[in-house]
Structures are given as structure tokens and as C-alpha cells.
Design a protein around this ligand. Structure first.
Ligand SMILES: [Zn+2]
Length: 243
């Protein structure tokens, strides 16, 4: 399987990568065991969760408990191909929709609108909204993706390396690790990884975390196989460079 993966190294140079999935998931709100310890000697990545959606359907996820679930998902599934954890993810801050709304950021005008996002406008808007960044911090921004074809059923998520100030945009319908490991995959982009292709992968085929449908060669598969040694090197190299 691994030999079929073709690394698109050119993509790893880009700062922004979209991750399209066309199938609408059914959203589950399930109990989740979220207390899994990570070894203490791992490099720490701080995560700040920002909930930007005011729609009633999404608001059930706008809770501290859900953010701890998302943190646990990162700690559990952001692993290498030997199933070893890479980072210890810790919460830095949780901004509920109410907190986000109070900041009156123009970022709100760029997300959750009935038009597709314009990706090149997002980094500056994020910076204006959150000008101060903690060391080794990734912003985990929860939003509602929109496309002409699928309207708000679109679940496209994004990872931005953003000149060492990384952030990810996760469609709320992909919280709870529901569809193709969105947060894990986008976190891979946040640490500089590009896509790999797994030709003919079906939805049930085990694939590398960074596999993408965007290759137009398969569905992207399960994205359940940890990062290869090369991918791990890229992740750790970028981590060391990030302020
Ligand atoms: Zn991607």
C-alpha cells in the first residue's frame, strides 16, 4: 500500500491546502472517552479553539467538553506509522461563539457566508482577530463551509501553514473525527505536509493521513495510517522553526 503513495512534494511548499470531500456526513453527537494521557516528554503544541458559527444545528458543539474531545482526538490520532505519538496537544484557549462575536472581527465576514471563502483573504483576517500568538500555537477555527453545489452541506476543511503562524479551518460537521480524520489531516498541512495520492482508494481503504481526494485518483480512503518517516521529519523540522 505504502509504495502506491506518491508524494506530491511540490504541494508541501504551498501555504494553503484545501481538502474537499463531497459526501455529506451524518452528524453524530456521541459520548466520547476523552481522557487519554500522552507521554509528558513529547513536544508541546498549544491549540486554541475558536467557534465562529451561530447556527443552531452547530451550536451543540460549542462547549468546553467538545473542545476537550477534539484535543483528545488530536492526541490520539496524530501519530506516525509506528503508532507513536508525535506531540502533546494542550488547550491554550477556547473562544466560544459568544467570545468570538464580542471581538467584532472582520474574520466573521469572511467565514460562514453564503459564498465560498476566498482563501487568500483569510490569513490577514485571522491575524487582525488574533494578533498575539502563543509560542507553538495552532488556531483550530471551527466554521461552516459553503459551496455553490452543496451550499452549507459542503464540508471542505483547510490547513494553513501561514508563515509559521499556523491555523486550520474545520467544518463543524467533521468534528468528532467523523469524516476522513479532518483535524488530523489539516494539522498535517499546518506543519508543512502536502498531499499524497492513493490511486483507486475506496472510502474503506486504509490510507496515509495526508491522502486526498483532490488528487482525482481515488476517494482519499480512511486516512488512518500514521505519518511516514519523511513526513515526520517535515513535521518536526517545521515545529522547530515555528516561533
Ligand atoms: Zn488536504
Amino acid at each position: 500500500m505504502r509504495s502506491q503513495l506518491i508524494l506530491l512534494s511540490a504541494l508541501s511548499l504551498t501555504f494553503t491546502t484545501s481538502c474537499t470531500t463531497q459526501k455529506k456526513p451524518s452528524v453524530r453527537i456521541t459520548p466520547y472517552k476523552y481522557k487519554i494521557d500522552s507521554p509528558n516528554d513529547l513536544p508541546i503544541v498549544y491549540v486554541s479553539f475558536i467557534f465562529t458559527i451561530n447556527r443552531p444545528q452547530a451550536k451543540v458543539f460549542d462547549t468546553p467538553l467538545q473542545m476537550y474531545k477534539e484535543l483528545e482526538i488530536l492526541n490520539r490520532y496524530f501519530i506516525d506509522e509506528k503508532n507513536q505519538k508525535i506531540f502533546k496537544f494542550k488547550i491554550n484557549h477556547y473562544y466560544s461563539y459568544r467570545d468570538f462575536n464580542k471581538r467584532k472581527c472582520d474574520l466573521a465576514n469572511h467565514l460562514n457566508q453564503p459564498s465560498p471563502i476566498i482563501t487568500q483573504n483569510i490569513p490577514d483576517a485571522v491575524k487582525r482577530c488574533f494578533p498575539r500568538r502563543k509560542s507553538k500555537e495552532v488556531l483550530f477555527i471551527i466554521y461552516d463551509s459553503y459551496s455553490q453545489k452543496l451550499k452549507y452541506s459542503d464540508i471542505t476543511s483547510w490547513g494553513f501553514r501561514n508563515n509559521a503562524q499556523p491555523f486550520i479551518l474545520i467544518d463543524w460537521e467533521r468534528l468528532n473525527h467523523q469524516t476522513q480524520a479532518a483535524s488530523i489531516h489539516e494539522m498535517g498541512h499546518a506543519f508543512g505536509l502536502g498531499h499524497v495520492c492513493a490511486p483507486k482508494a475506496k472510502k474503506t481503504t486504509p490510507t496515509n493521513i495526508m491522502t486526498s481526494y483532490d488528487c482525482r485518483l481515488g476517494s482519499g480512503g480512511l486516512r488512518n495510517l500514521g505519518f511516514t518517516a519523511n513526513q515526520l521529519n517535515t513535521i518536526l523540522e517545521n515545529y522547530s522553526k515555528y516561533p
